[in-house]
Ligand binder design. Structure first.
Ligand code: AKG
Length: 295
């Protein structure tokens, strides 16, 4: 969308929305992206998934960007990919869209700087992927605060994340679940094992667990949430993906080097991604994985 000064004014939050964000720690803004824009983003999501799975297969090694799990049933599911803007011009442009930056400027009081991007897919695959390491687990996101990961790099908790919803979120497909008003303090997380990998979670006893709200929102919605907001999502019980693209921003004055969170993965993955492209150009590798046309 072409963004002039007038349209930027149009993206501003009103005082009620600002007060609601401050009270609850999140905002839901429906119809922020048109059907055509969402379709373009879904196509780009498919392209990225094909790129990362085929690059993994060409290198006989799971890309460090790719979070894929094997469910107890034996089915494989794409949980998440991270980072993304360096391999996607479409999503790199989206991270600079004024529909995101204008509200962030109002809430953070200064220019926002992108500090992390991740893309949860919750996308079941029709066939298991053979030849790369896949952890035994599921696509849940445990009860957590994103700040518990960010504080380890020295960030302040004044980070805000934008979530761009690419599929309708329903009670069946593992919607984003939030605990309103939990964004005022960092709650100590406990170590847990999910299948054969280690993670962290907020103990349920530390919050009013029954107050969780499932955000059953349509595609095209923009979510804004505070870095301390407790959130989670349960497993996707459907055959279709439930995709939300997340961009996190800190105020530009944050005294942390640019891209601290994600640059190690980008640097580690670049040689493998180049090798995959070289093998394809030389006719030594042909793509194996294709997203079904209807996705
Ligand atoms: O996509 C979801 O349901 C949650 C994602 C999330 O919490 C995360 O990536 O930290």
């Amino acid at each position: 969308m072409k963004q002039t000064l007038d349209t930027i004014k149009h993206f501003e939050l009103d005082t009620k929305q600002i007060a609601s964000f401050q009270k609850l720690g999140y905002l839901v803004l429906t119809d922020k992206f048109t059907k055509a824009e969402v379709q373009e983003m879904q196509l780009e999501a498919n392209r990225l998934l094909e790129f990362l799975l085929n690059s993994s297969l060409a290198n006989s090694r799971r890309s460090g960007r790719l979070d894929i799990k094997q469910l107890p049933s034996g089915k494989h599911i794409i949980r998440k990919i991270q980072p993304i803007v360096d391999i996607s011009p479409t999503f790199s442009a989206l991270a600079k869209d004024e529909r995101l930056l204008t509200p962030l400027r109002q809430l953070q009081g200064e220019e926002p700087a992108l500090m992390e991007e991740k893309f949860s897919y919750k996308q079941p695959l029709s066939e298991p992927i053979k030849g790369i390491e896949v952890h035994l687990a599921d696509d849940r996101f445990l009860l957590h605060q994103d700040y518990t990961y960010h504080v380890q790099h020295g960030y302040r908790p004044d980070i805000i994340t934008c979530g761009i919803v690419l599929d309708n979120c329903t009670l069946e497909n593992g919607p984003f679940r939030v605990w309103p008003g939990t964004h005022h303090e960092l709650i100590p997380h406990e170590n847990v094992m999910i299948g054969n990998y280690r993670s962290y979670q907020v103990p349920e006893s530390k919050i009013n667990y029954q107050d969780g709200v499932d955000l059953t929102v349509p595609r095209g919605t923009l979510l804004l949430f505070h870095d301390l907001l407790v959130h989670s999502s349960s497993v996707n019980h459907t055959e279709n993906p439930r995709r939300i693209l997340f961009f996190s921003y800190c105020p530009t004055s944050t005294p942390i080097s640019f891209d601290t969170r994600n640059s190690p993965t980008r640097i580690a993955e670049f040689p493998y991604e180049s090798q995959y492209q070289k093998l394809k150009e030389q006719g030594l590798f042909t793509d194996i994985f294709h997203v079904p046309a209807s996705t």
